[in-house]
Design a protein around this ligand. Structure first.
Ligand code: SF4
Length: 356
């Protein structure tokens, strides 16, 4: 790969300095703040993660506050962002750092040795917070490089990308170059519809010259596994019956509404399956007979989670007389909420109930 000339690097960074979004981590570029934002941004675009990042820093302003918090509070603050293993890793790492080192390490190599911090996040923290000359290679940087060099994305290897980016540090700082590539990927060199006409790198871009930038970076369609769930919304005034997800299951350690997997394809057969599931749930939760109050909601909830495409069929029932619940179950208040964290799929079902 031929490296970029000085004029291209200056054009990129000058563009960034004029157009950078005023994100919180840019105003306060601490290692902790960058780390949290970068993990959040693995799920969503930085612009969308910004509000959650601000909320997180209000609740856990530094690594010591995070380490001191119970894991349930951390999962609750992560609620709706998905991939809860990432929140657990953040918490585990915070405790490890506070207990064993007192402060976050500064070099990319040391940062990468911590749980849940990969080479990209380590390089991002080390370059932006500490000025280390190390390339942060994420999907944005890969896409831009593939297009600049008119090389299929699948053929672009980190061993080539790294020296290509690090060569740019001869002209501008690593922090500026890494951030400029992130921002260009978000704003201009997007996965779909790259805005080549206004791109500062267009004069040096082979894909733009060829006129079909997207063709170099098409990804194979993601394969999903279909899951149909019959979800039980057992209500008691403003509360809904929730249960803790056991280890080893999808969403382990979070809370969910009770459900069973549906095997039936027709609505009638699903209703019959749901009744059987309700009987089992009554027995598990020690509830009185629910059968008179059971009804299927007309709306379905669709949700994609990692490799699953989930369709949820909600059923409602009203709990009458109730006895103490087993330890793994609780009544969750729909108005005031609680410290329990639910996966987004179940938050969508609960939102549906408010429209009923
Ligand atoms: S010119 Fe187009 S394809 Fe090339 S880097 Fe800019 S936006 Fe991406």
């Amino acid at each position: 790969m031929k490296t970029l000339p000085a004029a291209a690097v200056h054009a990129l960074v000058d563009w960034f300095e004029k157009n950078a979004k005023p994100y919180l981590f840019r105003r306060e570029p601490s290692a902790y703040s960058i780390w949290i934002l970068e993990v959040m941004a693995q799920q969503t675009q930085i612009a969308r993660a910004e509000e959650r990042h601000r909320r997180w820093l209000e609740r856990f302003p530094d690594i010591r506050a995070l380490a001191a918090a119970p894991v349930e509070s951390v999962l609750k603050e992560w609620e709706g962002l998905g991939y809860y293993a990432r929140a657990r890793n953040i918490h585990r790492t915070a405790r490890l750092v506070v207990e064993e080192r007192g402060a976050m390490p500064e070099t990319a190599r040391e940062l990468e040795s911590l749980p849940g911090i990969g080479s990209y996040i380590a390089a991002s923290i080390a370059s932006i917070a500490h000025g280390e000359a190390v390339a942060a290679i994420d999907a944005n940087a890969r896409r831009i490089l593939a297009r600049l060099c008119a090389s299929p994305l699948s053929a672009l290897r980190d061993e080539e990308a790294r020296p290509y980016i690090e060569d740019m540090f001869r002209y501008r700082s690593a922090a500026r170059v890494n951030e400029a590539l992130m921002e260009l990927g978000e704003q201009i060199c997007r996965r779909q519809n790259p805005a080549c006409a206004i791109c500062p790198l267009a004069p040096w871009c082979r894909a733009a010259r060829a006129g079909d930038a997207e063709s170099y970076t098409r990804l194979a369609a993601k394969q999903y596994q279909k899951l149909d769930l019959l979800v039980y919304c057992v209500l008691r005034e403003n509360e809904i019956l929730a249960e803790k997800v056991p280890g080893g299951e999808l969403w382990a350690g979070l809370w969910r509404l009770p459900y069973i997997y549906a095997s039936a394809a027709s609505a009638d057969a699903r209703n019959a399956e749901a009744l059987g599931g309700f009987a089992a749930l009554q027995a598990r939760a020690g509830l009185d007979d629910l059968s008179d109050s059971i009804r299927a909601l007309e709306q379905r909830v669709r949700h994609s989670h990692t490799k699953y495409r989930i369709t949820m069929y909600p059923f409602m029932a009203a709990a009458g007389q109730t006895r103490p619940l087993p330890e793994n179950m609780a009544w969750h208040n729909l108005c005031t909420g609680s410290e329990r964290a639910f996966p987004s799929a179940f938050l969508k079902v609960m939102a549906l109930l408010s429209q009923e």
